[in-house]
Design a binder for this molecule. Structure first.
Ligand code: FEO
Length: 397
């Protein structure tokens, strides 16, 4: 059980989901973990549970430390099913004296599990709970990323149990940031931010300001997914600050789908133009790239340049899927343009431009379309478009 102790008398008792590959549209190619934490004190508290199906693993881990029936308190920081769907079974097994949650948490628990008789104890931001030697302070984090979300801060341990915030979808046998390759960890954290929290960036800024004002000393951040930030809690807070301010780099994303490689060759020519202007470019073919990986790259890009062939008087379906997904996450401050090949009607490129405008991407170039197979002149025009876009990016970043 020593390997599960994250601090004196505080244990990770979660579960590792090595096989999950899709999280409501987010590709979890490396699986995930559902972290839960057990604080052993005069009162024993379990912070969060795990996804249904992993209850056995949670109970097995708890049993290595104590009898689950000895748990006094269950803290539900967040009711989304990956953390709460085993709550009914845990209630049966542990029969805690109280369930601590936010007011919206209680409402969500009732709406999910329909149990009026559970011993709910609603807490508000700033409210504290003594476990004996240690004090838990609750901090509501509404809409980060659900209305019910909250953090639990263990004052004497200087430990922040942060629910989904600062998490990563990455299944590992290691539990701490200093046990893995840091750039890979930050890449997983960036993907998580881009796909789950980007939409709420203004609220993340507010929350970071609140935490700064409260002056909470933090030695460790334990999220409900992935690795625990032991060596560098400041590093992930800094990264969240930059991501939530959406600070761009001199970087452009060219994303396309293509029928017979014409739009693909246009994408490469546009990339050539951007590269000649010194802009970092990522070219992503939607046939081989998942929408959530596009979002990760978009997090620090200045330009979103999208291309689609025309099919049935519209854009290709994978491009429609991507634009719908990106629109929901509301990236800010991007410039962009559209391009694409066509046979006879040519609406695809125009519809892509329209969708970009609707998501508040500033169209800084009229874009380009080419009939059937682009010739060398058309490709030259694509390169020139890339150069124009590159100049704009350089002026704006
Ligand atoms: Fe990990 Fe919002 O659930």
């Amino acid at each position: 059980m020593q390997h599960m102790q994250i601090m004196k008398d505080i244990y990770w008792v979660g579960a590792v989901d090595w096989n999950i590959r899709d999280f409501h549209g987010y590709s979890t190619n490396k699986g995930t973990t559902y972290n839960a934490f057990l604080a052993m004190d005069d009162k024993i508290a379990l912070f969060d549970t795990v996804k249904k199906g992993f209850k056995g693993e949670l109970i097995r881990h708890i049993c290595e430390i104590t009898d689950p029936a000895r748990i006094d308190y269950l803290v539900v920081n967040h009711v989304e099913m990956d953390h709460s769907s085993s709550v009914p079974e845990i209630m049966e097994i542990c029969k805690p004296e109280k369930i601590f949650c936010s007011s919206r948490g209680k409402q969500a628990l009732l709406q999910h599990f329909h149990r009026e008789g559970w011993p709910y104890e609603v807490v508000e931001s700033g409210q504290t709970l003594s476990l004996g030697k240690r004090t838990v302070q609750f901090l509501e984090t509404r809409m980060l990323h659900w209305p019910d979300s909250m953090f639990s801060y263990l004052k004497e341990d200087r430990l922040l149990i942060s629910s989904d915030a600062f998490g990563q979808h990455w299944a590992t046998s290691e539990r701490f940031d200093d046990q893995v390759f840091e750039p890979e960890l930050l890449e997983h954290a960036a993907k998580y931010y881009a796909n789950i929290l980007l939409l709420y960036s203004p609220l993340v800024q507010k929350l970071l300001a609140t935490v700064r004002e409260m002056g909470l000393p933090i030695d460790m951040i334990a999220p409900d997914h992935g690795l625990i930030w032991r060596a560098g809690p400041g590093k992930i807070v800094q990264a969240y600050d930059a991501w939530s301010r959406q600070v761009p780099k001199r970087k452009a994303l060219i994303i396309y789908d293509t029928m017979w490689e014409s739009t693909a060759s246009m994408a490469r020519a546009i990339a050539d133009g951007l590269i000649r202007e010194g802009v970092s470019v990522q070219v992503m073919d939607l046939r081989f790239t998942h929408r959530s990986d596009v979002m990760t790259q978009l997090l620090d890009a200045k330009a979103l340049i999208c291309g689609s062939s025309t099919l049935n008087n519209g854009m290709l379906p994978r491009m429609a899927d991507l634009l719908h997904y990106v629109r929901g996450l509301k990236p800010l401050g991007k410039v962009g343009a559209s391009f694409g090949s066509f046979g006879w009607s040519g609406e695809g490129m125009k519809m892509v431009a329209q969708a970009l405008e609707e998501m508040k991407v500033e169209l800084v170039d009229p874009g380009i379309k080419a009939q059937f197979v682009p010739d060398s002149k058309a490709l030259q025009q694509c390169e020139e478009m890339g150069r124009r876009l590159g100049k704009t990016i350089n002026e704006r970043v």
